[in-house]
Write a protein that binds this ligand. Structure first.
Ligand SMILES: CC(C)(COP(=O)(O)OP(=O)(O)OC[C@H]1O[C@@H](n2cnc3c(N)ncnc32)[C@H](O)[C@@H]1OP(=O)(O)O)[C@@H](O)C(=O)NCCC(=O)NCCS
Length: 190
């Protein structure tokens, strides 16, 4: 398996890798005493699993990013097994008006990370994350930041395994999905 920096020009090929996953469990987030008593996470099994596909959401999906943001400072790192594209990640950096970037130059955002379902759990995500962290470090970043949700337990476990820590949670982030909790993770780079 090799990782290649292809740049942001390959978004249509990149978007052909499925990002969808089956939601079988979720992290229930219990806020005690309005938050002053702490927060408890507990993994719960759903009675009816469902498929989540970020690309299927309104206005989302790699092919549409350029219409919403100035992506000239962003990049794509791709994973290949032989000649097959099996995964990739997109990194956002140094772009005005991108809320996730907080108007800071000492952090980059792991905007998107996807491994083809046939190749998940074989270490490709970890290699991509490491390459993204190196890319951000080379640009002087102190943090690599990433957003996920409480119904993406594989991603939460994955980020925790990469040494990310939970920086923020927002129970009211998604108007369209009021049951989902936004989780913002930070990987300290140096
Ligand atoms: C999240 C994702 C990128 C992980 O990539 P991956 O290549 O499957 O992950 P890796 O094989 O590198 O896993 C590394 C470690 O992360 C953790 N991990 C990964 N997938 C996991 C899962 N389904 N359940 C629990 N832990 C998991 C494990 O600790 C794993 O190490 P191990 O296999 O030795 O136990 C992949 O599942 C994916 O593409 N999901 C759909 C898209 C998505 O959710 N992207 C992230 C959006 S925020």
């Amino acid at each position: 398996m090799r990782i290649v920096e292809e740049g942001i020009g390959v978004l249509s090929e990149y978007g052909a890798i499925p990002i969808s996953f089956e939601v079988k469990t979720k992290l229930d987030v219990q806020v005690l005493n309005g938050g002053l008593g702490g927060v408890i996470f507990s993994e719960q099994t759903l009675t009816i699993p469902y498929v989540k596909d970020y690309d299927g959401l309104n206005g989302e999906g790699p092919a549409r990013w350029a219409k919403r943001w100035d992506i000239r400072n962003w990049t794509v790192l791709s994973a290949f097994v032989d000649d097959r594209r099996v995964g990739g990640c997109a990194i956002a950096f140094d772009t005005k008006g991108v809320t996730m970037l907080e108007d800071r130059n000492d952090l980059a955002v792991l905007w998107d990370l996807r491994v083809h379902p046939d190749f998940r759990r074989t270490g490709i995500g970890e290699r991509l994350f490491g390459a993204a962290a190196a890319w951000a470090t080379n640009r002087g970043c102190r943090y690599l930041k990433v957003e996920t949700q409480n119904n993406n337990v594989p991603a939460c476990r994955f980020y925790a395994k990469q040494g990310c820590v939970l920086g923020a949670l927002n129970r009211f982030a998604y108007e369209e999905f009021p049951d989902e909790v936004e989780l913002i993770w930070y990987k300290e780079l140096r």
